[in-house]
Design a protein around this ligand. Structure first.
Ligand code: XMP
Length: 561
């Protein structure tokens, strides 16, 4: 077995083939070589790391982060990288295989993005998904043409090559999710069709050198056996060992943080949310009292939230915490403000001020810890992220003090939200903290429609407390992405006892979602809704009517403001 390391020369490594400049003959050569007798080879482990990684090259599909999540769920580290990433950036991760993502382009169009030469020259396994499959087809000498009609939705895939490692443990016929316009007319030399659907003779193609193409999306829930296909690819085709566990992550991170921080000082804005709590705990495990957390009570928190957070972090975990009661400062600045974006801006600005003032009091600080997560990182590097119309400016309190000249410490930078929760569990954080639903930085201010006042906030807190209590009692808290009350500025007439009332209308919002990009309103049981409504109207002075929000996102958003 030839065990050669993929070693494209530096200037060659970044060579991206586009349909304009591609020398198809080059790829035909590669295709022949790959289809020939040479063995597949893999690089040696990157120095200093017992790493293995699957690299997803991003061609712009809306599902591509999901591919990375699925691979990580199979305990193999996976990163999504722009499709034109140079080899030097990939090599240190010790790649074991490539996945070429789907994407909106057509390979036969001018300037269509294609894969860098190293993908094929490395001799590592490759899995092309949808557009990625067409990229492989084009680059290795096959033919892709526009389909006569788009194929979108469910299809039944039949396996014709049962021996393929990609299909290990799969049923012979399985449902898959298609979403494509172009189709393969001719496979590249050396490839065979190993599964088909009624409309696609080439639902899955592969060659003897571990290059595969899938016409469908294995990463979406609509392909029920998709996870197994991806798992087979990473284990049976790429030979991964599966060492991406949160236990390993925690021990590696602690070492890395110690090394990075040395005897420096770190500050962190603790909000009580999952991300900032996990960041604080992880760093505290690594450097103890060199970390100081600043907890700002802006008066826009849920009932009992501030006390609960302080209790866990100060009393139970023994962290250095500065508790700033800034309730009046925030509420004064919000006086008379009704525009949601103004509210966000004011809260963001005031937060920076308070945070900076407190940080100044600490003296010399070297690092600012932030709970940046992988989807934020991807958003900022993706070559396909288009500047879409700004719907809401999401100020994340953890990410604000840009003026401060501190070095950033972002230990969760490569994690998905579900992985962050597992890290929290691993670190021994209470369940209640680990599974906390997301809570927006501007807090109750954007759930209190119109002007934010102390009185309205108290009414909202009362209603929200009852809602959360009932949701938790019904064991639904974890299944819901978010559940909360909104205090509208609508008042309506009611009757309680023999008296006329004129009170606020409260809205209950409960949604299911994976990532907040889209969300569906939760089908809460009627008797639960009835209990919530009864209790709110009976127990909260000022509310005499409750409605349930039955809109999804889109067209609505999750928060009302
Ligand atoms: P929307 O309302 O845009 O919310 O559907 C999507 C997710 O973002 C949260 N959200 C915010 N988070 N600052 C934040 O930190 C904000 O200004 C903000 N606005 C909305 C919202 O709770 C949901 O999870």
């Amino acid at each position: 077995m030839v065990n050669e390391k993929p070693n494209p020369s530096p200037d060659e490594s970044h060579r991206i083939a586009t349909t304009d400049d591609i020398e198809v003959s080059t790829y035909l050569e590669i295709a022949r070589e790959i289809g020939g007798e040479q063995s597949v080879s893999a690089p040696e482990a990157a120095p200093g790391a017992e790493r293995e990684a699957i690299i997803v090259l991003d061609f712009g599909s809306q599902y591509n982060l999901l591919i990375a999540r699925r691979v990580r769920e199979a305990q193999v580290y996976c990163e999504l990288m722009p499709h034109d990433t140079p080899w030097e950036k990939i090599a240190p991760l010790n790649p074991r295989g490539f996945i070429l993502s789907g994407g909106p382009a057509s390979v036969y169009e001018k300037n269509a993005p294609l894969a860098p030469a190293y993908v094929y020259e490395s001799h590592l396994p490759v899995l092309g998904i949808c557009y990625g499959m067409q990229v492989i087809t084009k680059q290795l000498g096959g033919k892709v043409t526009p389909g006569t009609r788009r194929e979108y939705g469910h299809a039944v895939m039949h396996i014709s090559e049962e021996e393929s490692p990609l299909f290990s443990g799969l049923t012979e016929s399985t449902t898959v999710w298609m979403s494509h316009g172009d189709k393969i007319e001719q496979m590249p030399p050396g490839f065979e069709a190993i599964a088909y659907t009624e409309n696609s003779p080439y639902a899955v193609i592969g060659n003897k050198k571990n290059i595969y193409g899938l016409q469908f999306h294995p990463e979406v829930a609509h392909t029920p056996e998709g996870r197994n296909i991806l798992k087979n690819f990473v284990y049976k085709v790429c030979g991964c060992k599966g060492n991406w566990t949160m236990g390993n992550f925690v021990s590696e991170s602690i070492g890395r943080i110690k090394e990075q921080v040395g005897d420096g000082k770190v500050i962190n804005a603790l909000s009580g949310g999952v991300d900032s709590s996990v960041v604080a705990t992880l760093i505290h495990h690594a450097i103890g009292d060199q970390l100081t957390c600043i907890f700002v009570n802006n008066g826009l928190l849920r009932r009992e939230e501030a006390d609960r957070t302080l209790k866990v972090f100060k009393n139970n975990l023994g962290m250095n915490i500065i508790h700033v009661d800034a309730i009046d400062r925030f509420l004064n600045r919000l006086k008379g403000v009704t525009d949601p974006e103004r509210k966000r801006k004011i809260i963001g600005e005031e937060f920076i001020r308070v945070f900076e003032e407190e940080a100044d009091k600490i003296g010399k600080v070297d690092f600012l810890a932030q709970g940046t997560l992988y989807p934020d990182v991807i958003e900022s590097v993706s070559s396909f992220s288009n500047v879409s119309a700004k719907i809401k400016s999401h100020h994340n309190v953890g990410g604000l003090p840009a003026r401060m000249t501190l070095k950033l410490l972002e230990p969760l930078r490569y994690l998905f939200k579900d992985e962050v929760r597992l890290v929290g569990k691993e670190l021994g954080l209470p369940e209640e903290m680990v599974w906390r639903q997301p809570f927006p930085g501007p807090g109750l201010a954007i759930r209190c429609i119109g002007e934010v006042t102390k009185e309205k906030l108290e009414i909202l807190r009362g209603a929200d407390f009852i809602l959360m209590n009932e949701i938790k009692k019904a064991n639904l808290y974890r299944q819901l992405w978010q559940s909360f009350c909104v205090l509208t500025d609508v008042r309506s007439v009611g009757v309680m006892g023999d008296f006329r009332t004129y009170g606020y209308l409260a809205a209950v919002r409960a949604v299911t979602s994976d990532d907040a990009m889209t969300a569906d309103w939760a089908r809460l049981p009627y008797d639960l809704l009835a209990r919530i409504s009864n209790r709110i109207v009976n127990e909260v002075d000022g509310i005499n009517r409750v409605v349930y929000d039955i809109t999804s996102k889109p067209p609505s958003t999750i928060e009302w403001e």
